[in-house]
Design a protein around this ligand. Structure first.
Ligand code: UD1
Length: 429
């Protein structure tokens, strides 16, 4: 298997440009299924999860053309059947958006149960509850395929989400865009990518109001026209480079961001004594002045501190003298990476949903394994601060969500390289 080799001990310095948001792209690309004309999507991150959703759409009959590294042309008019059950579909959590998009177009959908990063049980009951309220009955076949269908066009409904779910909010929006009448989603999630999906759908002619608040109203329309749309910058990728800059006591200008989306991350870094300067589309993270302070973090739905930045901040806090705590309140089981950080000399104990970090010990290099995407990012950060060469395996997790991660870190002065496993190299004639 390919690995990253990271030599620790540098202070990151320079500028890094943030790519388009993975979690917005993974909803917006399937949303094109609902469009009655071709679309051009810009600022698409060139990461393996996005390549996979593109492949899935192609398997279903769509034409997906990569015009340039970050621009896709998608024509989904040739998708004739509401079925997505290939192995590719199982390879990714976000393939659940195919349910909402296919249901919205065909009022039927058969989609293989999603895979993706594993942080405990990941139910989709709230998605299905929303579809049911709109007339879509669901069943699971052999525990492997979810089928949702309605005899007629879906109808609008009043849906209260029992948990604040990003996926359920976006999936119900997708199903509601062409439904008959008004759908109201209460206790909706408010993440930036929800607003981005709503903006994309509205630019095609949808009628969605309230995205970014906890009540979203979707009035169904019959036709969606083709558009050119640019995806927002990735809040979590930005937060990762911000944490890495702080952990290495470096100074990094993180460019192509929407600073407002980074408020909770900026607040925690400022609390720790990192100097942050906000510009219109960039933030400067300066930790060169030395001693950082401990802090306590609780993950929450937006605008709270994002769970997807939790592991990276654990790695950062492991470098700060004193006791910090993290409370994970979104996922049941998101501390699998802790064992790997402990192998690198971090002093972290986990009690239920709380991680207690006794920071300040010099981290040491070790062979470690990414247990999921953001866990992998945390290992890179820890490795940058460790003494010696750290070998990180399972990097395919990291490549799901970070565009040109080696190049970007190297441009900031990091000594990181990808070691290819000759066994996995495919030679073509
Ligand atoms: C998305 C992100 C993921 C991020 C998460 C929270 C994508 C592809 N993934 O995941 O990186 O960590 O948001 O910001 O965008 N829940 C239920 N029933 C449901 C749905 C969710 O109980 O039907 C629970 C989950 O188990 C979890 C919580 O709600 O405890 C939040 O999950 P949700 O916001 O739905 O996460 P995802 O959309 O899957």
């Amino acid at each position: 298997m390919d690995k990253f080799i990271v030599k620790g001990g540098c202070h990151l310095n320079g500028e890094v440009s943030i790519s388009g948001a993975k979690n917005a792209a993974l909803a917006i690309i399937p949303a094109v299924i609902l469009c009655d004309e071709p679309c051009r999507i810009e600022n698409v991150p060139n990461i393996s999860d996005v390549r996979l959703i593109g492949k899935i759409l192609c398997e279903m009959g769509a034409n997906v053309t990569r015009v340039s590294k970050n621009v896709l042309d998608i024509d989904a008019r040739n998708i004739k059947y509401p079925v997505a059950v290939s192995n590719s579909v199982r390879g990714m959590r976000a393939s659940y958006y195919l349910l909402g998009a296919l249901l919205g177009k065909f009022h039927k959908a058969s989609v293989a149960m999603p895979g993706g990063c594993n942080f405990g049980v990941r139910p989709i009951d709230q998605h299905l509850k929303g579809f049911a309220a709109m007339g879509g009955k669901s069943q699971t076949l052999n525990g492997a395929i979810v089928e949702v269908s309605s005899d007629r066009k879906l109808h609008g409904a009043h849906i209260y989400l029992d948990v604040v779910s990003v996926g359920a909010t976006m999936n119900i929006m997708l199903a509601a865009v062409k439904a008959e009448g008004l759908t109201v989603i209460e206790n909706a999630a408010k993440e930036p990518h929800i607003v981005d999906l709503a903006n994309f759908l509205n630019s095609m002619g949808a009628n969605i109001r309230g995205a970014g608040t906890d009540v979203i109203k979707v009035r169904g329309v019959n036709y969606l026209k083709g558009v050119t749309y640019s995806i927002i910058p990735d809040q979590i990728e930005a937060g990762t480079y911000m944490a890495a800059a702080a952990a290495t006591r470096g100074k990094v200008l993180v460019k192509n961001v929407i600073p407002k989306h980074l408020d909770s991350i900026t607040a925690k870094l400022s609390e720790m004594g990192v100097e942050i300067t906000e510009y219109d589309e960039a933030v400067l993270v300066d930790a060169t002045q030395g001693n950082l302070r401990v802090c306590n973090i609780k993950t929450m739905p937006h605008p709270g501190f994002p769970t997807d930045c939790q592991p990276q901040f654990a790695a950062l806090l492991a470098t700060v003298d004193g006791t910090s705590t993290i409370k994970e309140s979104v996922w049941d089981n998101r501390y699998q990476y802790v064992g790997e950080l402990v192998r690198m000399g971090a002093n972290i104990t986990v009690e239920g949903r709380i991680a207690i970090i006794e920071g300040g010990e010099l981290l040491n290099s070790a062979p470690v394994k990414a247990t999921d995407l953001r866990a992998g990012a945390a290992l890179i950060i820890a490795a940058l601060c460790a003494d010696g060469d750290t070998e990180i395996s399972n990097i395919e997790y990291i490549e799901r969500g970070y565009e040109e991660v080696v190049e970007k870190f190297r441009s900031l002065g990091a000594d990181i390289r990808k070691k290819f496993d000759p066994e996995t190299v495919v030679v073509t004639a």
